[in-house]
Design a protein around this ligand. Structure first.
Ligand SMILES: Nc1nc2c(c(=O)[nH]1)N[C@H]1C(S)=C(S)[C@@H](COP(=O)(O)OP(=O)(O)OC[C@H]3O[C@@H](n4cnc5c(=O)[nH]c(N)nc54)[C@H](O)[C@@H]3O)O[C@H]1N2
Ligand SMILES: Nc1nc2c(c(=O)[nH]1)N[C@H]1C(S)=C(S)[C@@H](COP(=O)(O)OP(=O)(O)OC[C@H]3O[C@@H](n4cnc5c(=O)[nH]c(N)nc54)[C@H](O)[C@@H]3O)O[C@H]1N2
Ligand SMILES: [Mo]
Length: 698
């Protein structure tokens, strides 16, 4: 995106930058996001709360930063370094994500850091690491999708969540797997594509069912596929056995997808010369998200897609810097360069770069939900610094999270607007927005992009890097260790990531000024500085896995998986599945988009999509306020009749706070590997809202 001054008013608006990933397209929230830059709701002065019941009052930067570091230092001294925790974001630039991870480990010495990416694509990341030895959203440029003959979209609704990506799909060749007939599914159906609508939480069985059909119908016996499995993979036999039990009628009984549709989808997919399987949050945000993604990767491997030119598996990474944000150490078990925190050589490398002893680098901390749930408890952190997230709205079982945030001794939030989380804070630090600071981001293709500040932040506002600099210096670190400017931070990030999986060593800043793309891994500056293919040639690694996968033996691993149920299933008291997700007009917890008048007008309040028969059984007319009740609490939402909904399933967007917050309902059952909560399945019932006053839940 580019910020350009409007010719008439001189006001900055967002213009789409013309490069192939977004084809000059931009979603509605993108078009209007510049409004926030000049919104009167921007925070422009630090705020401090003197005591738990006092209001937030304005303060100077010196006072605010000194107050924060005094409290952090006190807690460290009395309760140990793990008493102070950090919560980061996939919305931060690479520089900020890196600096935040270093700040936690080096300036605070805490192991207690995690980030909202844990709630985002951590299941796909874990499955990708297991299968391929490396996790990069798309291991190929998005333009490869243009020529694909079959694209399976599992639990992704790009028509609303990534509109520019839709330009890469031929809708007639889409196979959309979503319990709802989304805008994406409708686009496919209108063009002659397929829509499979499984029961929420059953995608794993669906993938095995498709694999079964492909197997018994002989689609996997082509010489090319046999050779691919033999030469490029291990573990096929075990996965073949897993799939053997998922004959179509059994798969239909469990998933609700008709056997005939399964056969059709398998035939389309297997018959394509170039095909892709892409997962989104609908497949991933489950207590079995890793195994579910693994099952879809198994199907992709059986068909010989990953690492074959023109085909592949990918995860549709979500946030602004969802990719870069997951590589440089915000995750509780990770060090920069996508290294595991327990990897001895990695620790020694980082110790050298950071100028500390290896033993000083803490080990793994708690995952996002576990961290939030431990706040203010006896063994948990007593203080938290939040940078780039609004967990009071976006974390599962949000009433519990709000209670935990309230129970902290000390909460610090850096944000550019007030949010439901800043309202609970003891100190709020006003920071610059994306257009006001420079830095790099890495898109879902692993392409590193530079963003230059387009305007100065409002007076009184600092950048996140300046905030971390100010805090670190007051905690006794040197200013050079935590530079306030992005350029030296990126230089250090390149050294820190060198030799890691996500290696940025060769991503020289001057290369980012060219229009030609640079993809990680870019192992060294040698060769990266010249473009042997001419000035427009890509540098680094646009396509991964063409010769070998990232495991030591160069092979991809089939991952044997067994189906298991969601952690919570409908019963007599809560007879419906509730699933959650996004709508076009709002972004995430809504902290930003609910402040843009046009977006607020287009989508003013929480709603629940429900089949008319299901709604009528609960006595609910279209447009009437409903009470949605799960074991964790109650939400108020407008009934929205949607005739294409499964009668057993309702859908709520999670963008709204307070009584309309979908996350009041959600179940923090975690995937055992990725620690992803089950945002996409909980059991609920619907009631008329006027029957009684709303119950407060737990
Ligand atoms: N407008 C808008 N765009 C966004 C965002 C936003 O908040 N608003 N957020 C950004 C971010 S951070 C992300 S991560 C991406 C997310 O992008 P998506 O993954 O496309 O978003 P979701 O709406 O969370 O989930 C996608 C679909 O999963 C379906 N689903 C629910 N349960 C299941 C299930 O059990 N199985 C299957 N197969 N599908 C299921 C839902 O019906 C939904 O249509 O969007 C990004 N873009
Ligand atoms: N029920 C349900 N819940 C979900 C999901 C779901 O599908 N269903 N999806 C999950 C997913 S995929 C995600 S990514 C999370 C996202 O949820 P959150 O982590 O809450 O993300 P945002 O709403 O983007 O919150 C960002 C906050 O940080 C501020 N901010 C933005 N950029 C910056 C910055 O550069 N610096 C600082 N200091 N502040 C900044 C914004 O103003 C906003 O207040 O929600 C998760 N929660
Ligand atoms: Mo996300």
């Amino acid at each position: 995106m580019f910020l350009t001054p409007a010719p008439d008013t001189g006001q900055l608006t967002v213009a789409p930058r013309d490069f192939p990933t977004n084809r000059g397209g931009l979603c509605q929230k993108g078009w209007t996001s510049a409004e926030l830059l000049t919104s009167p709701e921007r925070l422009t002065t630090p705020l401090i709360r003197d005591g738990k019941d006092a209001p937030l009052r304005e303060a100077g930067w010196d006072e605010a930063l000194a107050h924060v570091t005094r409290r952090f230092a006190e807690l460290r001294a009395t309760r140990g370094p793990d008493s102070v925790a950090v919560f980061g974001s996939g919305g931060l630039t690479n520089e900020k994500a890196y600096a935040l991870g270093k700040f936690a480990r080096v300036a605070l010495g805490t192991s207690q850091i995690d980030y909202n990416g844990r709630f985002c694509m951590s299941s796909a990341a874990a499955a990708g690491n297991r299968a391929f030895g490396l996790d990069r959203g798309l291991p190929f440029p998005a333009t490869d999708l243009d020529d694909s003959e079959a694209v399976v979209l599992v639990g992704a609704n790009p028509a609303e969540t990534m509109p520019p990506l839709m330009g890469h799909f031929d809708p007639a060749r889409l196979i959309v797997v979503d319990p709802r007939r989304t805008a994406t599914a409708q686009t496919a159906l209108d063009a002659g594509g397929l829509h499979l609508a499984p029961t929420p939480g059953t995608d794993l069985a669906l993938a095995l069912g498709l694999l079964h059909v492909a197997l018994v119908e002989g689609h996997l016996d082509t010489p090319g596929r046999v050779a691919y499995r033999r030469d490029r993979t291990t573990g096929w036999e075990a996965v073949r056995k897993c799939a053997a039990r998922w004959w179509p009628e059994r798969t239909e009984r469990l998933t609700g997808v008709a056997a005939a549709d399964l056969r059709r989808a398998a035939a389309v997919l297997a018959g394509a010369r170039r095909a892709h399987i892409l997962t989104g949050r609908g497949a991933e945000q489950h207590s079995k998200g890793v195994d579910t993604v693994a099952a879809w990767i198994d199907l992709a491997l059986a068909l010989g897609l990953p690492g074959t030119p023109g085909s592949g598996y990918g995860c549709l990474t979500g946030q602004g810097n969802g990719q870069g944000g997951r590589e440089h150490g915000q995750k509780s078990d990770q060090l920069p360069g996508y290294r595991h925190i327990e990897d001895r050589a990695g620790r020694e490398h980082l110790a050298r770069v950071w100028g500390v002893r290896e033993e000083e680098i803490p080990g793994a901390g708690r995952s996002a939900w576990e961290l939030l749930d431990a706040l203010g408890t006896q063994d948990g952190p007593a203080a938290l610094l939040v940078m780039g997230s609004n967990p009071a709205v976006s974390a599962p079982r949000s009433r519990r999270v709000i209670e935990r945030l309230r129970g902290l001794d000390f909460l610090v939030v850096a944000d550019f607007v007030r949010s439901e989380t800043t309202e609970l804070a003891d100190v709020v630090l006003p920071v610059a927005m994306w257009a006001e600071e420079s830095g790099t981001m890495t898109n879902l293709e692993g392409r590193v992009l530079r963003r230059r500040a387009a305007k100065a932040p409002p007076p009184g506002v600092r950048t996140d890097l300046e905030v971390l600099h100010g805090l670190a210096v007051r905690l006794g670190r040197s200013g050079e260790e935590f530079p306030p400017d992005p350029a030296p931070v990126f230089a250090e990030l390149r050294r820190a990531s060198a030799g890691g999986v996500a290696d940025y060593a060769g991503v020289e800043p001057r290369l980012l000024d060219d229009d030609a793309p640079v993809y990680w891994p870019a192992r060294s500056a040698t060769g990266a500085g010249t473009r042997p293919g001419g000035p427009a040639a890509a540098l680094g690694t646009p396509r991964l896995f063409l010769d070998r996968f990232a495991h030591a033996d160069g092979r991809a691993r089939f991952l044997p998986v067994e189906y298991r149920e969601a952690a919570e299933l409908p019963d007599a008291e809560h007879p419906l599945y509730a699933t959650t997700g996004r709508q076009l007009e709002h972004y995430q917890s809504g902290a930003q988009t609910r402040r843009v008048p046009a977006l607020r007008a287009a989508a003013p309040q929480a709603y629940v999509e429900v089949h008319p028969d299901t709604a009528r059984r609960a006595g609910l007319a279209d447009g009437e306020e409903a009470r949605v009740v799960s074991r964790r609490g109650t939400v108020l939402a407008r009934t929205r009749y949607v005739a294409s909904m499964r009668p057993d399933t309702v859908f709520l967007p999670f963008h709204f706070p307070g009584t309309g917050a979908a996350n009041v309902l959600t179940n923090p059952a975690l995937d055992p590997v990725s620690r992803m909560p089950e945002f996409k399945v909980s059991a609920v019932r619907l009631e008329r809202a006027d029957a009684n006053a709303p119950k407060e839940g737990e």
